[in-house]
Design a protein around this ligand. Sequence first.
Ligand code: 9PG
Length: 743
Amino acid sequence: MPEVRVEETERGPAIDNGELRIEVHLNKGTFDVIDLRAGRTVLRNAAVAISLRDAPAFQTLGEGVEFAGPADADDAHGRGVSLTLLRETDEDEPEISFTVTLYEDSRSAIVQASVHNTSPVPVRVQAFHVLEAAALDLGAPGKALGFYKHGWQSWSPSLMVDCSGYDVPMSPPVIGPGTQPPPADGRFVSDLMTAIVDPASGYGVVAGFVSAADQFSHVWFDRDAGMLSAVSHADGIELASLSTLASERLYIEPSDTPAETMCRYGDALGREMDALPYDGVTSGWCSWYYYFQGISEAEVLANLDYLAANPGVLPVEYVQIDDGYQAEIGDWLTANEKFPRGMKQLAGEIHARGYKAGLWLAPFIAGARSKLFAEHPDWLVSRTGGPAIALINWDQTCYALDLTHPAVIAWLEELFRTICDDWGYDYVKIDFIFAGAVDGVRYDPNVTRAQAYRRGLETIRDAVGNRFVLACGNPMGPSVGLVDGARVGPDVAPYWHPFGRAESRSTLSEPSALNSIRNTITRFWMHGRLWMNDPDCLLVRETDTALAGDEVRALATVIGLSGGMVLSSDNLPKLSPARQELISLLLPVYGRSAVPLDLFQTPDLPHLFELDCGTHRLLAVFNWADESDETEAPLPPGHWHVFEFWEREYIGLREGSLELPVPPHGCRLLRLTPDLGRPQVIGSTFHITQGAAEIAGEKWDGSTLLVHLRPVAKQDGELFLWRPDGVQTVRIERLTAERTIEA
Ligand code: 9PG
């Protein structure tokens, strides 16, 4: 991309990098964002405002701004140029400024607001309105647009909402962050980021915060006014006289490929927040979704022994004990009677069989029945009338620990050191951690909710070192950089719809296979950029479940194509060989995420999830309806051999698109192989990627096809080869070492 050019116009300064142009209107106190490729002013009259606690807002709109001059920028997004604008200030008013940056190698603009306290006394800063009601123009009326609603924490629904209707309410078990504008007709609110897209043209804008360590944020759209706003919450913390406080940094990128732009936004957020790197994606067994709180030492050992007896077919890394071992919610170091030899001993048993050990806990809450609560009533976040309630679960009220309290921090550190250093656990699943960020009064009054939350997470990270941290029930933005994996959706369950009843818009965060699947697909852009996504567990059993075979296939397909963690949660010794094979098909974890192709065209749940594996593509085609349906699957340009994985059916050499019958709640998983006009592999039953994991290479020497295979979890299977005279099935047994097949 060319350099960023600065220009002075009659109205004010402008910057442009050939793709985007920012024009400032000094008199009006606003700026416009112009997409030069599309020839469209995407955001017009964007203004900045700041609200102090118990005071009216100060905004740039109508007041005018003064140009402080351009400056070279060099940050996580590369080199560029920033314009800084200062609001015309009356006496006694805080000084407000904002900075807009364009980069040489990025299509995005970054906006940040600041406030400087000129008064001799402290002021309390409530929020930065980094975009205050900017007019959004995507070439279609507000009601025609789709709004990507991103939830506050793991279990919060994330989905496309049709702007002709209503926003999705925030509902239990998710406790809202409490700072979003109240729901209203025509108002659509998203946490941290959004994408707003015209489904007809595919054109849209991604707007989201790329820093999130200090302030929670949200973005919202007023459909009838056509206005986009973005808010970064300072939560009323004190700003001392003559000090400055800045908002989080807002990323704005217009795009005609908004799914790709979401990924670039994810990359930018990961860069600013120092997302943790990793080598391979984690796999394991988790006790929760079969045993729930009934888990016992004996049941853990039974599954452990089964795994150890079948190491080739279920090659998982971790055995993780979930909720059910502890004496009480908060009393993590005391095991209950179901774990008679204690948790240290059990970690030893897990290690002795060659697995790493994982343990669940909810370190930021104290249950009303716990010793923790009884002994330390002063360790809790408080509100008028008593301690802040984080949630009600386990038949008791659970309170939020105050992570700014030095004694709580010392307790947390000791807790995690004991679990990891003394007991020997290699993996901690830290759950319900949104509780660290609830609204309320804390020991340190000058800390935002996001900062308090991060103090807790940083303490855990320091205590556990490089062991694996899986976040769950976590607010998204401020977790980046401190956790290795994060749950991205509501709990899976051995039934399809929440409560086994038809879905409603108020139950989207309740446990169910469908709710878990939804977020796994819609939060695709996080995986590998912020952490590794945890799509929640794979449940494949035939008994103790209401999931039909097609539903299990759909769940396995979504988890497999998500690239995220593969965690099994069944009673393994009870699985039939056919069902156990469904787990094997996802191992080893491929690790790269598919992209939903129709995210913006389909409200709620996309039907098409595509993964480019290099030599071929995988296209999963879903039918979320309760009846059988024909679904149209578009093919990329060119001629493709189409092979269906679950039914092992060669559909043919195709171009354009195909209509496929898909069973209710089921899917078809297509391997699309570009036609080479000569014998070639078109299908494999060893792994869900149909070749990306198990085929190391393929060579045609004019008369023979050589296929170089690598061992994967499944040892017996088939390769399907296309030849001019038909499809040949090659049966392969005991693939336990690399092997070359000649056909
Ligand atoms: C253990 C479980 C599992 C699961 C977690 C989490 O609001 N609620 O009452 C509520 C209860 C449980 C829950 C989420 C919400 O599930 O996601 O994997 O570890 O806790 O209790």
